[in-house]
Design a binder for this molecule. Sequence first.
Ligand code: AMP
Length: 216
Amino acid sequence: MRIILIGYPCSGKGTQAKFISKKYNIPKISTGDLLRSIILTQKNKESLDIKKKIEQGKLISDSIIISIIKKRLAEKDCLNGYILDGFPRTINQAKIIDQNKIKIDYVIELLISKKKILKRMLGRQIHMKSGRIYHKVYNPPLHKNKDDITGEQLITRKDDTKKVIIKRLNEYNLFKKKIIQYYKQKNKLNQLKFFKINGKKKVFIIQKKIMKILNQ
Ligand code: AMP
């Protein structure tokens, strides 16, 4: 089962991807997590450039993204499928994965308004090493500011400020229409299945809808 989740940053993709990953035993692959891991583990010009761009809410070049995603998808745990979170973010990325014969079975779009996103984004916290996501109000950790599993400190991402998130939402909107059109066309051609889900609903309701789609 090879799935792409599409939606604004903070639309709940990460939370749903985590659920799907556990339920169907396939890895959740987030290009944002992969990039943050490069920033944490590599100290060179490329990682510094990536850090700067992320903090400014700008997209990383397609060539870097394609190279890291291809490497990740070639790993053994992806043999039975994967769930992609935050990828593709440009139409070029979508086309390149097709050209590389990387197959996708489902594309699920989480629909949610910009206004709601802004509300959600303030209060989001992350455990950097694992990518586990929390929210101070909607999904708090068991112990304040601590990761549930390791007890390590949670942080607020530097790109989760109002100014940067608006930039990220605008970047998303630049490409969203074309990507959705691209996958709708592939849906028509029976090359994959495309679904939209109301991302404003409660987490467990969205989970149920996703299961219905994937269990068909
Ligand atoms: P995310 O964790 O998905 O919100 O991504 C955080 C940031 O990483 C984004 O704002 C971009 O700067 C960068 N990024 C993540 N995925 C991609 C992608 N597929 N293409 C380009 N930039 C990306």
